[in-house]
Ligand binder design. Sequence first.
Ligand SMILES: Cc1ncc(COP(=O)(O)O)c(C=O)c1O
Length: 449
Amino acid sequence: MKQSAKGYRFLHPFTFMNNPLQATAEEVRQTYPCLTKGEGAWVYDDAGNRYLYLSTAVPTVGLGNRRVIQAMTEQYETLSFASTCAQGHPFANQLSERLTRIAHHEHAMVFFSNDGSGAVETAMKLVRQYYRSKGEPQRTRFLSFEGSYHGTTFGSGSVTHMGIKESFGPGLEGCFSIPAPHLYRPPVAGDEAAFEQYCLEQLEKTILTLGADTIAAILIEPIQGVNGVVLFPQDFWQKVQCIARRYDLLLIADEVGTGLGRTGHWLASHHYGIKPDLVALSKGLTGGYFPMGATIISEEIIAELYKEGGIFLHGSTLCGHPVACVAALTILEMIEQDGLLEQARQRGEWILNRLKQSLLDHPQVGDIRGMGMMLAIELVSNRETKTSVSFAWSRAFTATLRQAGILANFFNGVLSMYPPLTLSDDEADYLVTRLIDVLAKMPKEEKHG
Ligand SMILES: Cc1ncc(COP(=O)(O)O)c(C=O)c1O
């Protein structure tokens, strides 16, 4: 089809664009890769360039996996759609059973949505309805942590404290942020124990100031993905869970990014030894083969909401789509049968160790961190002040990475990388070698700030 000389019609999400009405498709293509093919851990653009695909944390078993495609194709041929509103199909319940087992929440239930934002939104609505049902309708507020990303809907966007919601004016009332004990960029001076304690005190102080009986839930993102694979002290989430229990607040774990193998565990909550009341999942659940989100809901919440029968007035037309359920069931089976949790854990550790051995002395490398197949390098212009690299340096860096055959996320000076759990030894070696080469080629960043 002939494209008009001027004017580009597709509005990209979360993407800076020069005036698209003045641009041509070709100009946009030169700025952002146009992907035409994907195979395993690799994608190809329309000029035939090949990249190791590390963006988004979505592909779990890589792209174009024959087993997933075959299962989905069979489902398309037998029942390509079925509503789950007052009707159903076998795979929605099969997947729910599997997810509750994986989450170690055997008596829980599962609600499906179409994405991660929808899974978080569902959790927020459920806790509001839960407290209304318990005769505490004033419990409407939500606490979440600075730097956490929970999604784009008005609810999930309002508990996201990353300078995004400010674009849209007032969001959901009653959403408060708590400082997070970022290990590389702590909110206050002092050692790990001191800044962790500070954040816990701020959490408790906020609860007491607002009144515990006005708060519905605390939302956590166990490892902050969008914020740059940010890890917290090992026992932090257990301590947060203790505070939630003390004040009778529900705990929502947003495991949209961390869940289902990404960290080398079924859930990051397992690694941190916590048992949230609700868990939001998406990304790795269907590995990009179909849009889907899921919210795991504790038995206690269900028992309250449905004690005399009940209804959750929420959902969307396509939620629990049979093809999505079959894709998810196949992927979860592969993770189990192919030992992908263990593989992600070990390979991730190997990559992290090699990056640390080779790059920790590089003048632009401030921090190297991660868990499983969730890895990041934070780049700074000055290692003492931890000032982030400049915009110009960042642009040159991402362009050089692209030339070296790597597509990853770059935001606020942090290169975040999410290889599929199936990444091979050779691919891991490719990743490390290319990163070292690219950083060696980069000009030294001016030591300002
Ligand atoms: C932790 C977390 N929660 C929620 C979301 C929102 O998911 P989606 O983009 O599928 O709506 C994301 C997306 O990056 C995420 O990383």
